[in-house]
Design a protein around this ligand. Sequence first.
Ligand code: DON
Length: 319
Amino acid sequence: AFGPAMVSTGHLPPNPTVDTLVEEAWQRYRDVGDGKVADYIPALAKASADWFGICVAGVDGVTHAVGDTDRAFSIQSISKPFVFALVCQALGGGRARASVGVNATGLPFNSVMAIELNAERTMNPMVNAGAIATTSLAPGANAEERWRFIREGLSRFAGRELRMDEEVYASEAATNQRNQGIARLLVGYGRMYSDPDEATDIYTRQCALNVTARDLAVMGATLADGGVNPITGERVVDAERCKRILAVMATAGLYEQSGDWLYEVGLPGKSGVAGGLVTIAPGKGGLGVFSPPLDAAGNSVRGQLVTRFLSERLGLNLF
Ligand code: DON
């Protein structure tokens, strides 16, 4: 249904092939009307269902963009693998893994039942329990320093200074009693490593950092490139960390739909409720898609369609 697949060469195909296929993907899915813009964080409900951008960034630093690739939106859950990468880098992957876990829950991203059902409690850094625990491990003498560690680290992945969307932050901070509850529950299980309210606040801030589809592509390309940002040339994390982060994304990046995703796309990815989706083709590049309407699991509908199409046509599937 997607047309001919490219033979995998270990690199992205040469231009103009990538530009042509990115454009084709955008045209092919622009009129899809399925999905619903998230509204459980009130400020997110203002997003237009029509916003749609696609960007591919190769490990050579070349980007291919079409549509709304410079429109800012909050990174939300896509911050999770990148914060986990930074914390693994700072603490050592062994300690981060032991403190958070790397197994799938098979349950929604903000499930309290998953905490109760599994002895590991935090489960993995992609679901809220594990993500808030990961944020609580960020090094720093106080909340200000821990927040700076995360904001500056995520900015290094993007290759530019990321700023928080104050309105999204305020909106989520006023309505995230569920995440506060999760963090406090984890204290009871010995799986929260700083003050739970502080960790929830910093987690809410990290989720409210604004990015673009282009930023997501570059952040993804940095993980594809063994931890070196292909635009700035800066090493953000060690290559040894990258393969572990990508493994966790493959396991749980699309929550309870991670198995379907891996079956169809064959690449590690991570979604966010503002409509962002990042996918990594190891050794080749990153793909960032932005389209706010989500499916029932909280994953961008157009984002998944575009990624499936490009994975197939560009020959990116790992399997
Ligand atoms: O904690 C939350 O609910 C949001 N800050 C992030 C959730 C999210 O992005 C889930 N994604 N698909």
